[in-house]
Design a protein around this ligand. Structure first.
Ligand SMILES: C[C@](O)(CO)[C@H](O)COP(=O)(O)OP(=O)(O)OC[C@H]1O[C@@H](n2ccc(N)nc2=O)[C@H](O)[C@@H]1O
Ligand SMILES: Nc1ncnc2c1ncn2[C@@H]1O[C@H](COP(=O)(O)OP(=O)(O)OP(=O)(O)O)[C@@H](O)[C@H]1O
Length: 322
């Protein structure tokens, strides 16, 4: 039987994204409260003559199938570290919106790393995997660990967070993505325009919100809704103003979700996906239906969390699949 391993990896929303000044290396220090939700990409690896990527799913045409794909870069990185050739076919079944601020590419990078490590028997430790994830991108370590975590540094230095319940979210998926560097750049531009300066000398160090962390810890949806709306300009996401500046129609999407009964509305990470917190599963379905009917987004998806991180779900070398 051909060996084949499949890994499932969740999307994320940033419950808080406090953005510090631009560092000399171009990145921004963050207090990034990552929260994994139950929307998944599945990455399947099988031995092949050479590295090959295929993608299926509604947005597959927007995903590169060359070596710029984060999954291909992950396989090459792992192979280079172990002095082997990355002879693997990586198939991505994509359900996470592309360039949507939900770490879809990062999920594929983390998933490919875990799957190839199992396929090749390279036996990387958790620390080595996390180190390679950080090399691939700031969001990639969280895609591996999932759950909820506070990300410091550029987001790669993770501390797991305890979450005391299930939270129900709705995600309004936009037509077309937003470039993450462009949104950070717009955040810097807006800060400079408002006379605050944009570098680490000018902007206070980002700090996690105590109220938000305790709402997560207590599983308290009402308290979390309050904390999501409590940051700069009415959002816990410091990139929200920049995303709206680049895509003004996002303000209409946020309003439509709020009018539909969402407890809180915010841009997910660098956007353009908008995230809405709902009271419960039925409330989430209701907000999603209203958003779909509002004409302010391409579609709306419901997802609960926290969701587990990258997980092997099929291994043809084992009799029992997960
Ligand atoms: C917006 C978030 O999704 C929130 O979790 C992340 O901060 C983005 O993480 P990512 O997509 O993994 O980003 P990376 O691939 O590491 O970096 C892409 C680009 O985003 C900008 N970037 C990213 C992370 C960070 N802390 N500061 C930044 O300024 C930089 O211009 C960088 O060149
Ligand atoms: N496996 C991948 N899946 C999706 N996009 C990829 C992948 N590999 C590389 N890319 C490129 O990365 C860009 C950003 O895609 P991605 O879906 O990761 O964005 P994102 O969800 O906004 O990321 P983040 O939330 O981490 O900032 C895409 O436009 C695409 O060109």
């Amino acid at each position: 039987m051909t060996a084949s391993i499949a890994v499932r990896v969740p999307a994320k929303v940033n419950a808080q994204l406090a953005v510090g000044g631009r560092r000399p290396d171009g990145f921004h220090d963050l207090a990034n409260v990552f929260f994994a939700v139950g929307l998944y990409d599945e990455i399947t690896v099988t031995p092949a003559d050479e590295l090959r990527i295929t993608v299926e799913g509604p947005d597959a045409d927007q995903v590169p199938c060359d070596r710029t794909n984060l999954a291909a870069r992950a396989a090459e990185l792992l192979a280079a570290r172990h002095g082997i050739e990355p002879r693997v076919h990586i198939h991505i079944s994509k359900d996470i919106p592309v360039a949507g601020g939900m770490a879809g590419g990062s999920a594929d990078g983390a998933g490919a790393l875990l799957a190839c490590d199992a396929l090749w028997g390279t036996g990387a430790s958790r620390t080595e995997l996390l180190d390679m994830c950080a090399e691939l991108g700031s969001d990639v370590p969280f895609s591996l660990v999932g759950g909820a975590a506070l990300g410091r540094g550029r987001g790669e230095l993770l501390t797991p967070l305890a979450v005391g319940g299930t939270f129900h979210w709705v995600f309004a998926v936009a037509d077309g993505g937003l470039s993450t560097p462009a949104v950070y750049g717009e955040c810097d531009r807006l800060r400079a325009e408002h006379g605050t300066g944009a570098t680490t000398d000018d902007v206070p160090d980002p700090e996690p919100s105590a109220a938000l962390l305790s709402a997560l810890h207590d599983g308290d949806t009402t308290a979390l809704a309050g904390a999501l709306a409590a940051g700069t300009a009415g959002s816990s996401n410091d990139l929200q103003a920049a995303a709206i500046s680049l895509r003004p129609a996002l303000a209409d999407t946020l309003r439509a979700g709020t009018e539909a009964g969402a407890l809180a509305a915010l841009v997910s990470g660098s956007g353009p996906t908008c995230a809405f917190l709902a009271k419960d599963a039925a409330g989430a379905e209701q907000v999603a239906a209203a958003l779909r009917a509002s004409g302010t987004c391409r579609t709306a998806r419901v997802a609960a969390g926290p969701a587990a991180g990258a997980t092997v779900v099929r291994d043809s070398r084992n009799a029992a699949d997960a």
